[in-house]
Design a protein around this ligand. Sequence first.
Ligand SMILES: [Zn+2]
Length: 84
Amino acid sequence: MTCSVCGYSELIKYGFTSSGKQRYQCKHCGNVIVYSPEPADGPSTNFLATWLRRVEARLAELEEKVAFQDEEIARLEMLGELRR
Ligand SMILES: [Zn+2]
């Protein structure tokens, strides 16, 4: 992380904002920066909800793969029957 004003990388901890985010102060120019580790998904209280959505998406993906494999197996079994 670097200072948004001067680009200096030596920042010191400077307390927290009212919403609980860590603040840093640039040692070079005194600019105060608020560090937010989750830019897209809002506060960390949403972390679990985000994580659940990811797990659900992954499960749906896996289910699709399993369905495809079942089809594939059925197709191969049918081919096996035809060869007999
Ligand atoms: Zn600075």
